[in-house]
Design a protein around this ligand. Sequence first.
Ligand SMILES: *[C@@H]1O[C@H](CO)[C@@H](O)[C@H](O)[C@H]1NC(C)=O
Length: 417
Amino acid sequence: MAAPRVAAAVLLLAVLLTLAATPSRAATLAQSPPTSTSTAAFQLTGNVYPTGRYYITMNIGDPAKPYFMDVDTGSDLTWLQCDAPCQSCNKVPHPLYRPVPKKIVPCADSLCTALHRELGTSNKCPSPKQCDYQVKYTDSGSSQGVLISDNFSLPLSKPSNIRPSLTFGCGYNQNVGKNGAVPAPTDGLLGLGKGSVSLLSQLKQQGITKNVLGHCLSSNGGGFLFFGDDIVPKSRVTWVPMARSTSGNYYSPGSGTLSFDRRSLGLKPMEVVFDSGSTYTYFTTQPYQAVVSALKGDLSKSLKQVPDPAMPLCWKGQKAFKSVFDIKKEFKSLFLNFGTGKNSVMEIPPENYLIVTNNGNVCLGILDGTVAKLSFNIIGDITMLDQMVIYDNEKAQLGWVRGPCSRSAKSILSSFP
Ligand SMILES: *[C@@H]1O[C@H](CO)[C@@H](O)[C@H](O)[C@H]1NC(C)=O
């Protein structure tokens, strides 16, 4: 889902060391049948503030052309703004994708049926020749278009000339006001949810990668995204079983009990979802208010509340702050305990819930989701920074492990034998 579109993503690290330190890998591979799946790794661009999103460059078409795509683990359908011709598109970084008629997906295609089932009743095919869709997001954004299949050039660990044909939306009508009035920093959205139309599900279906994805969003900006399980660390990861979210087909570790500085906030367990398409974290009114009171009750005398156009709740210090790390010592960690084992706690240190704005103020990066009309809680990019967050659909579990996200996608791919 894309919540109040300020974007989203997460983290990684010691995993790579594990791989490099496995000299017997080649020998093992020679004896057993080669695994048929590969890992894809992408460089991320973007940051929480001020960009508000993390995106990759995907090369699509024949010949392949580059497109910037927002990484969204909160929705399934991948789409590009599209010259079909376009009725309502933003000004985007690259020329609009141009569909050719033979790549249009017919209504009878199983992915069309699955997409319509997931999106609900208003999605129908006016013509059997094509699969029309309309998808709406929680931030009241939307995309209307037709499904297309075209070749994707993927950065894979096993070099291959095959460029899989994947199905995505050619969006000719985005809810962006007057045509081109609002420039968009990306050409489209990369849908990585659990549904069958998700790019990840299609890659699994075609035997290209495992149905596992991970991201490592750096607080310095950038980071990496991967599909496949080869670089997932074998130890240190906190794993929690995926729960069925009551609020949609989201990735959810279930309900967690929120505490502040290890002190109970007296709240009932709250259902959360992981959404890289949301820049900030959203709590419903009760936990939001509890966090705000706990923070205010604990606030350093050197901080004064000030208005700041960036966020609803900000403080200034005696001097302007340059980074969250200037002020982090004055704040305590939040904890979410998922209670599914002795080690199923997510620590949310200050740098995972605060931002420092261009005005040098420090602001709360947790927002009141009820104001944004959300009835559930979203762990957004800010809270996933500087850790590898893993969505393992093969084992139905979600994991996270702290570590730097500075490794390049190129170096990840070249670490494979
Ligand atoms: C591109 O996709 C088509 C299927 O639409 C496939 O037949 C073709 O082999 C793909 N091209 C490459 C280079 O893999």
